[in-house]
Ligand binder design. Structure first.
Ligand SMILES: Cc1ncc(COP(=O)(O)O)c(C=O)c1O
Length: 434
């Protein structure tokens, strides 16, 4: 999306949609100089529109049952889980039961789960925590992949500036890492391998159990970021063979601001936070009991609904895809056709066949009430193509003309129909066939 800012509160925060002249200007908008200006602060503009949320990969709404479970821990059950009196004990019981529940869902032991603030913190903890001890063993090499989230890539970049080296494995055209590449990248100085379970942009699922086996053969710690897969497909730490695993609550209808890390018993890791002895000395800071309760509740609901929801979302995705294929012969589908999360549909407009501004496309979808994303990053005011799509071999223009639709519990057949129709209208208006 175009980054728009206005220092003058009296001025409308207006955005310009290049070259588009609406036949009927929507409320809260005005036309001038051949452009449609939309005042995004105008409440009538927002409220009259039926909005369709197609960005469940970015975050999910809180499940009302989760909210209900959390509520007492914001109000009457407010104790500090480290206090020994009854208020503290009540909080401690809730915290440890939440830990037990998460551990059981993962096939882990309770003591192997630590609550943290986010998936990002779990990823940072895994990499920096292991790296801090690697040097003592004469190891300084990290293996990761080009498809990882920034929560992995950035700590790797940081560590590379402080005496470590990192190998970024390629991904194939479907966004998956190959086991042979992992084997080849390992050397006696490799101290950690980190490969994500499922990719957040294209949904492709990596062969984690096989990669874990290679890491184990080399006596190397293996971490996987399961932020997107947890709750959507089975995630069992024993079956996957991971040593460390990152999770986040807000991707599964839980609260924002809490994540968890699984640390297999016996794995040596340095803490990031120093202070009190919370989380068995692994992560200092008074625990947020309400969020932990919410996380565990969300995870159990996901587990209960997983099979049926997987089937339902797969059906929606198949229908969505075939409707798009029918209407847009120049569309490329990103991600593995079968080894993939059921709710992510990532598509690119082939730059060799159609010229279309991905930014305008998304903006127009938003105006039509459809919230999707491009997977592109807005850095220093300019749009960068997705590093994942580039790693998969897409050219820059095609990567920029990409939309990620991610469905969820609220998504219906009608949402798909509306999204396809809106896309058709917009592409006919702003796309130019080559
Ligand atoms: C694969 C992946 N890892 C890590 C994160 C970061 O999680 P959080 O938003 O909880 O910091 C995300 C968030 O989008 C993600 O998709």
């Amino acid at each position: 999306m175009r980054c728009i800012a206005s220092g003058d509160p009296a001025a409308a925060i207006s955005s310009k949609i290049g070259g588009i002249i609406a036949s009927k200007a929507p409320p809260g908008s005005f036309r001038g100089g051949g452009f449609l200006f939309v005042d995004v602060r105008e409440p009538s503009y927002i409220s009259r529109m039926r909005k369709i949320y197609m960005d469940h990969t970015a975050t999910t709404p809180l499940d009302p049952e989760v909210f209900e479970a959390m509520q007492p821990y914001f109000l009457e059950k407010f104790g500090n889980a480290s206090s020994v009196h009854s208020f503290g004990r009540e909080a401690r019981v809730a915290l440890d039961s939440s830990r037990d529940a998460l551990a059981a869902l993962l096939g882990a032991q309770s003591g192997e789960i630590s609550f943290v603030s986010s998936g990002t913190e779990a990823d940072n903890f895994a990499l920096k925590g292991v790296a801090a001890l690697m040097l003592e063993e004469g190891k300084n090499h990290i293996v990761t992949s080009r498809g990882e989230h920034h929560a992995i890539l950035e700590p790797c970049a940081y560590l590379s500036r402080t005496g470590f080296t990192a190998t970024h494995l390629p991904v194939d055209g479907s966004g998956r890492v190959h086991v042979g590449d992992v084997r080849q990248a390992m050397n006696p100085r490799t101290g950690i391998v980190s490969v994500m379970h499922a990719n957040n942009e294209v949904g492709s699922i990596n062969p984690i159990a096989e990669i874990a086996r290679v890491a184990r053969e080399n006596k190397t710690v293996f971490h996987s970021d399961a932020v997107q897969s947890f709750g959507k497909i089975p995630v069992n730490v024993t079956e996957l063979g991971v040593d460390l695993l990152s999770l986040s609550a807000h991707k599964i209808y839980g609260p924002k601001g809490i994540g968890a890390i699984y640390i297999r018993r016996g794995v040596e890791i340095e803490r990031l936070m120093h202070g009190g002895g919370q989380e068995r000395g692994r992560r200092a800071g008074t625990e947020n009991v309400a969020l932990a309760v919410g996380f565990a509740k969300a995870a159990s609901l996901m587990q209960k609904r997983m099979r049926a929801e997987h089937r339902r979302l797969t059906g929606l995705k198949t229908r969505f895809r075939s409707m798009l294929e029918e209407r847009f012969p120049f569309l490329l589908f990103n991600g593995h056709p079968t080894e993939s999360l059921p709710h992510i549909l990532n598509v690119s407009f082939d730059s060799a066949k159609i010229e279309i501004d991905g930014e305008a496309l998304l903006f127009n979808l938003d105006l039509a009430g459809i919230a999707a994303t491009s997977g592109s990053a807005c850095s220093s005011g300019s749009i960068e193509p997705s590093h994942v799509l580039i790693a998969m071999g897409r050219d820059i223009e095609t990567a920029k003309a990409t939309i990620r639709f991610s469905m969820g519990a609220s998504t219906t057949d009608d949402d798909i129909d509306q999204s396809v129709s809106a896309l058709e209208r917009i592409v006919n208006r702003i796309g130019r066939k080559r």
